[in-house]
Design a protein around this ligand. Structure first.
Ligand code: 5GP
Length: 180
């Protein structure tokens, strides 16, 4: 049955919704003072449920765009992030809020942030639903963090295992047999 493969729930739907409301309130305050146009850039596909919940609480005019990037399999190099889908909007002079599902090694965001500044963004701040600091390999910190999680592979609320489990309304850990 749906949900049977879950070993434990780490963060419930209620906790996520409450935290999104808090983050949205904070973001509203911080971006209201900047005066620049706000562009929310979400990284596909994992950030979509978080994005949808979060923007309900950002009480400012904003625009949205999406990027899809993937790491080349088997490579350890920071530069090897491939753009699968680039932005449709020109970002010159804009204030960007980059929305991510989880910061793990930090490689993806390190490269994407550099790309956005390369395209002329005025300022790039990062909001992530989850942070897994124990796994960090490159120095990058999110400006806004939903929850810090231990060094375990998590699924749900956008996060997948082999493209599954993104629609779970909570963050959880899978039973070991799922990987066998
Ligand atoms: P990073 O470049 O920070 O190592 O990796 C970021 C990406 O790796 C995330 O956007 C996510 O797609 C994937 N990832 C990292 N940790 C996890 C995890 O615990 N669970 C899932 N489902 N994906 C993860």
């Amino acid at each position: 049955m749906f949900g049977d493969e879950i070993l434990k729930v780490l963060i419930t739907e209620e906790e996520i919704e409450k935290r999104c409301a808090e983050l949205g309130e904070q973001l509203t305050k911080d971006y209201a003072s900047s005066g620049n146009k706000l562009l929310v850039v979400a990284l596909l596909r994992g950030s979509v449920p978080f994005l949808a919940e979060l923007i309900k609480y950002i009480k400012l005019p904003l625009e949205m765009d999406f990027m899809d990037v993937s790491s080349y399999a088997g490579t350890e190099s920071v530069g090897d992030v491939k753009i699968v889908k680039d932005l449709d909007t020109s970002i010159k002079g804009l204030d960007i809020l980059l929305v991510e599902d989880i910061v793990d090694t930090g490689r993806t965001l390190h490269v994407v942030k550099r790309m956005l500044y390369g395209k002329g963004a005025e300022r790039v701040r990062i909001v992530t639903l989850l942070d897994k600091p124990e796994r960090r390999e490159v120095e990058i910190n999110a400006d806004y963090i939903g929850f810090t999680v231990p060094n375990e592979f998590v699924v749900g609320y956008g996060l997948d295992y082999n493209q599954k489990y993104r629609n779970l309304p909570f963050i959880g850990v899978l039973k070991p047999e799922v990987y066998e």
